[in-house]
Design a protein around this ligand. Structure first.
Ligand code: AMP
Ligand code: MG
Length: 338
């Protein structure tokens, strides 16, 4: 089969990213323009600001990717774009840009679900094996998904409330650290000890995620200390919090692997950049005889490479989209439970 080159666009949140991916595996070029510095001022992503910045950046990022790679849009096989889930105004910018390329260059359009993209980040430079359990841990999701094959998704569980990344960000804010909080908590936790009592987030062999309780718990500890005129030890708090959250991720994933008797685990999403969580999951997988796949750190947070990798699977299955494709803030991969 001839080589397939897909140009992909990702703009679902606060990163404008464009890439060209060969055969769903090889990152020919990826440009990521992050808006983090702007959103930091507000303590989190402001949707209206995000969509305006995408609008300012999208053509510049496309141009940069083409210049860097020496590619011409006439030579790509398809154009792919994230259409859901995400911030509606942000998604629309990438989607309309992709439609314009599809129309002007007469290329097929492929609409990609952002979560499928996160999973497929694990196909860059390596190859996922099936059936697998996919753990997606990001700013908007904490999902366990069963995948019989590369294009089949069944939800085992989704968080009952906050996503784990959102929880990291909120706890960081409570501890006066800037957005995005995850990397800051990880850094601080290295200097601390696990001394603060935390709620137990593991309920036996149940498979269930919930993170709003631990966020409120940290908030209460900090405020109670303030009322007594004391300060909490932030490093110890970060360490205790990270340990409790990690335990929930590890034990729920272990339970899912056992319940469905699966020998492969895919971990993806922004929070999978966390070295402590990666190591804890890796240790669990070793003890369970499970092979774990996790992307290179640069492919954990939002990027267009993962969208190009996912689009290749859809391309092989002739799953193309029309120019009337709509963006959706909340469309999940498949609502069906296992
Ligand atoms: P995503 O939603 O996939 O773009 O990922 C963004 C989320 O990942 C944010 O909530 C970040 O705080 C979180 N994140 C990024 N790096 C880390 C890290 N090292 N530890 C924990 N969370 C992280
Ligand atoms: Mg994401």
């Amino acid at each position: 089969m001839k080589d397939i080159y897909i140009s992909a666009i990702e703009s679902s949140c606060d990163e404008t990213s464009v890439s060209i991916v060969k055969n769903g595996k090889e990152d020919i070029v990826t440009v990521v323009n992050s808006q983090i510095d702007t959103h930091k001022i507000y303590g989190g992503v402001v949707p209206e600001v995000a969509s305006r910045l995408h609008l300012e950046n999208i053509t510049l990022v496309i141009d940069e990717a083409l210049k860097k790679s020496g590619f011409d849009l006439n030579n790509i096989d398809a154009v792919a774009v994230t259409y859901s889930p995400g911030l509606l105004g942000s998604l629309l910018v990438g989607l309309e840009a992709a439609k314009a390329i599809a129309m002007v260059y007469d290329k097929p359009l492929i609409k990609v679900n952002h979560m499928m993209g996160h999973i497929c980040a694990n196909n860059i430079g390596q190859s996922l094996e099936y059936p697998l359990i996919s753990l997606i841990i990001s700013g908007g999701h904490t999902d366990l998904i069963y995948m019989e094959s590369e294009n089949s998704f069944k939800y085992i569980t989704q968080t009952l409330d906050d996503a784990v990344g959102e929880c990291f960000d909120k706890v960081a804010r409570i501890l006066d650290m800037p957005y995005p909080g995850g990397p800051n908590i990880e850094r601080l936790a290295k200097e601390g000890k696990d001394v603060y009592p935390m709620p137990n987030l593991v309920k036996g062999s149940n498979i269930s995620f919930s993170f709003s309780g631990i966020k409120s718990h940290v908030n209460n500890l900090v405020h109670n200390a303030k009322q007594r005129g004391e300060e909490v030890n932030k490093a110890n708090m970060a360490c205790s919090f990270q340990n409790a959250v990690t335990k929930s991720l590890v034990e729920n994933t272990r339970n899912a692997l056992r319940k469905y008797n699966v020998k492969y685990l895919s971990v993806a999403g922004g929070v999978s950049a966390n070295g402590f969580i990666r190591n804890a999951l890796r240790e669990m997988c070793e003890s369970e005889g499970v092979t774990m796949f996790v992307p290179e750190v640069k492919y954990c947070t939002d990027n267009a490479t993962m969208i190009g990798a996912a689009a290749y699977i859809l391309y092989k299955n002739n799953q193309f989209a029309g120019l009337d494709t709509k963006a959706s803030s909340h469309e999940e991969l498949q609502i069906e439970a296992i």
